[in-house]
Design a protein around this ligand. Sequence first.
Ligand SMILES: C[S@@+](CC[C@H](N)C(=O)[O-])C[C@H]1O[C@@H](n2cnc3c(N)ncnc32)[C@H](O)[C@@H]1O
Length: 427
Amino acid sequence: MKYRVDFLTLFPSSIEAMMGKSIIGRAAEAGTIELGYTQIRDYSENKQMQVDDYPYGGGWGLVMNAQPLKSALDSIKNISTNRKTRVIYLSPCGSVFNQQHAKRLKNDYDHLVLICGHYEGIDERFINACVDEEISLGDFVLTGGEIAAMAVADSVLRLVDGVLADEECYTGESHWDGLLEYPQYTRPEVWEGRQVPPVLLGGNHEKICKWRTLQQIHRTKTRRADMFAKFKASDEFQKNAVEKLSGKKPKRPEFICRRAEKSDLDAIMNIKNQASERLKEAGVMQWQNGTPTKELFIEDIDTGSGWIFEENGNPAGYLSVKTDKDTDYEKYSSIWPGVEGSYIAVHRIMTSNDYVNLGLASEMLEFAEDICRGMGRGSVRIDTHRDNKAMLALLNKNDYVNCGSIELDIPEKNDRMREAFCKLLWS
Ligand SMILES: C[S@@+](CC[C@H](N)C(=O)[O-])C[C@H]1O[C@@H](n2cnc3c(N)ncnc32)[C@H](O)[C@@H]1O
């Protein structure tokens, strides 16, 4: 049976003029939904076709009589048997309407009768006898119920199959999952000097999804603290974003660390490619043009210095811990603090895209420091590109000290300078 909405009103033509247009109007024209407009006055048994009278007890204004309302309602019910009908009075005293009401009215009924009051409202006895629920559009008072009835009808009818092009048209919108929608943009890319966020132009669907989710959560938090407080995250990504925005520390995944093997090479190269891509996006020239090479990782594995971190079997991060002398670092022996030769070197520390900002890189550094302590050595050495802000922040956060600039013997001929860092473990 087609979903039907009947309006009981003193101004049917005003409602019809609006509801007969655009998406809802087209759906009605196509027969996907049915709309009915009933003039309450046509059902008055009063000689002057009067529909209202003075309030008992005195006071301003007029109150709509019960009789014409009841007769109009009966006429609709008589031709709508076998339907799941819900009679609703639009009233500032009702419960405030929201998307959950719309979903419920769409799912539980196939017929709404929307009663529009006017003047001071309608006789309470009619409400008690005939109305199933009262709905308010918000905490303000309108002249009549027509605008509220149209709002309720529109929001329910757009959920009916076939009214919008696809279910996603409404499931991705504000209030569906307890969040506000992300910001939307269309052409041109630059309008009056304002740029569309670059992530939306890149065509990377996964990144766009994550960006939009973060925007939704951030928007909801900043604009609707009430909604944010009630919001329940549906996946790990949402959960971490909510916890981060709430100032709570995200729960750290549990990593297992083991020596890398040849069979891990594909996974390691995958992590390396993701890390290189992130650097490229951040405008950092480090690890571009194929470096670090597969041969270097094979050498790490052969010498037992390659370590892989996994969560539930998923490769999450990689680092190389060199316990023999590092030829590049040895050339600059004067810059490093601590006892000469009493160090280990960390290289190629990297995480996959899924484990960025989850504390893994810090955990890998701590792991290297444990190895260093276990060997009775005094410091951990590491270097990074001066533009690699993420790495610089990580080293700073973990109390690594900048010891100066060094030139590495690496394939990137024009970009071999690196910042050297060290952490003394016994100081
Ligand atoms: C002027 S109002 C009556 C207000 C009423 N005397 C009161 O103070 O609660 C006239 C009609 O407008 C409609 N109306 C006004 N504000 C509304 C709101 N916030 N939501 C839904 N309907 C509303 C109702 O149908 C109501 O009967």
